[in-house]
Design a protein around this ligand. Structure first.
Ligand code: GLC
Length: 482
């Protein structure tokens, strides 16, 4: 890098640090989180609140920089917001949930926290991802501080247990994945991701692994046994049934349907005509592949979702081969998936009739905008972490360089629109905290790959994965050999 480039890059980083500092939220004199956006030019709505999923990006960079107090305060205070009693009242949040967001409210000179479990949010969406991110962040804290004592405190053990309870509870279906409503994660609007969306499944997997590391067995044997049972099944299910590459597409293309009983190969009765297979045939590079957005009865959503795919690499849910294939896809389809701003939240956009039916004519989610294939700079840290893990550092540098000047010039927008991500998002806020933190985190992770273990996991032992095959019928190998 030239000297003047280095100076510019350092200036941008300093500016980002200052902006992150401005976003810190204080409660009773202590820092406890960051607001979603610090933009005085537009009505705040709920962007002046601390969102759990958004704070994870800030928290990781704070941990890296030794600012552990803010993360600890956040974990302690959000844990207090978790409902601990069984609620049979339909309008009360379920036991174990962690809110989507919270704000500091003052009354009679006293400050208290007000949580939103979706009861105030636009469209009243359920934040399923919050409790999963919360566990993942607690583990990151433990690793960064090398101090298990916080997680071992009885309140924290109980908090983890309650989250596991709600995830592993009795339910209607028998998939290893979690069945959730639409908009239950980063994409918190109707986007046709109800059912078993990849993002939730990957976060679920990472949370199960994190919980397994932190739960003390004494008194938690039942939960630990349930985690040990679920992990390999979930892992094998995603690796097998969500995977799309050219070989798999070939297999699906020749799928038989209406198979009944044990010998079924097309387990979910996917009808080939529901897939845009001619487009996929053109689009899929020879060696690339990715996990589908959703799998359910006669449903295989072939859209590419960035968060789920990148976190699958980071959390080791993807095999080494699959991880390399996802990165190859990103490299080979850079113009589509990254364009001028890392990176697309999903690809391709829902258009025309499909857009109208699936989003409910949402004007914020018109094709190539916002959640409907907009570009979200926060995803850059996950791209960086996945790049570090798969040793694709060149690709990460390219992404950071693309982003850095524009982000600062455009005042750190929430998202970008357009096929190439060149338009500042139509309703994007400026000084969006996770844009700022995502950028800083991407830089730190590339400068110092030793921070990766804060979010990454090692491989599940092979004997645990192969156990899953006892339960699974119609594995990839079995239909490929037919
Ligand atoms: C939007 C995003 C959501 C985020 C929130 C606050 O609703 O879709 O993922 O948490 O803004 O930034």
């Amino acid at each position: 890098m030239q000297l003047d480039e280095l100076v510019t890059s350092n200036n941008i980083e300093n500016e980002a640090w200052q902006a992150l500092e401005n976003s810190i939220l204080y409660y009773q004199g202590r820092p406890i989180g960051t607001v979603a956006a610090y933009d005085a030019s537009v009505e705040a709505l709920n962007y002046d609140q601390c969102f759990v999923r958004d704070f994870v990006s800030s928290a990781l960079i704070f941990l890296i920089k030794g600012r552990k107090d803010i993360v600890r305060n956040f974990l302690e205070e959000t844990l207090k917001l978790q409902p601990k009693e069984k609620a049979l009242d339909a309008y009360k949040p379920g036991r174990g949930l962690i809110p989507a967001s919270f704000k500091v409210v003052s009354s009679n000179g006293q400050e208290y926290l007000e949580a939103d479990f979706g009861e105030h949010a636009i469209a009243r969406v359920t934040p399923v991802d919050s409790c999963l991110w919360w566990i993942i962040l607690l583990r990151a804290y433990v690793i960064a501080t090398e101090d298990f004592s916080l997680a071992y405190q009885p309140e924290f053990q109980n908090g983890i247990r309650l989250i596991m309870d709600i995830c592993l509870a009795n339910r209607f279906d028998m998939y290893p994945t979690l069945l959730v409503p639409d908009g239950a994660c980063m994409i918190d609007r109707r986007m046709g991701i109800y059912g078993h969306p990849l993002e939730i499944q990957v976060l679920f997997y990472a949370a199960l692994r994190a919980a397994r590391e932190m739960l003390i067995c004494q008194g938690n044997q039942d939960i630990v046994a349930a985690i040990d049972n679920r992990l390999p099944l979930l892992c094998a299910h995603i690796r097998q049934h969500y995977w799309i590459d050219i070989n798999r597409l070939n297999a699906i293309y020749r799928f038989k349907s209406e198979e009944y009983g044990k010998g079924a190969v097309n387990l979910f009765n996917i009808y080939v005509d529901s897939l845009p297979y001619y487009e996929l045939d053109k689009w899929l590079p020879k060696k690339g592949g990715y996990f589908a957005g959703n799998v359910g009865p006669s449903q295989l959503d072939s859209r590419f979702f960035a968060l789920g795919n990148l976190m699958a690499i980071i959390s080791d849910l993807a095999t080494e081969e699959q991880s390399q294939a996802i990165m190859t896809l990103i490299e080979e389809r850079w113009e589509d998936l990254v364009g001028d701003m890392p990176m697309k939240i999903c690809f391709p956009a829902l258009e025309n009739e499909e857009y109208r039916i699936v989003t409910g004519c949402d004007p914020k989610n018109i094709p190539w905008s916002y959640h409907n294939a907009g570009n979200w700079p926060v995803l850059m840290w996950m791209l960086a972490a996945a790049g570090v893990k798969t040793k694709k550092i060149g690709l990460v540098h390219k992404a950071i360089e693309l982003a850095q000047e524009r982000l600062s010039e455009d005042e750190w927008p929430e998202y970008y629109d357009g096929k190439k991500g060149r338009l500042i998002g139509k309703q994007a806020r400026k000084y969006q905290t996770w844009t700022i933190a995502g950028f800083l985190l991407a830089k730190e992770l590339t400068k110092n790959p030793s921070y990766l273990p804060l979010v990454s996991f090692d491989e599940l032992p092979p004997e645990v994965v192969s156990r899953a095959c006892e339960f699974e019928i119609g594995s990839v190998d079995s239909y490929m050999s037919r």
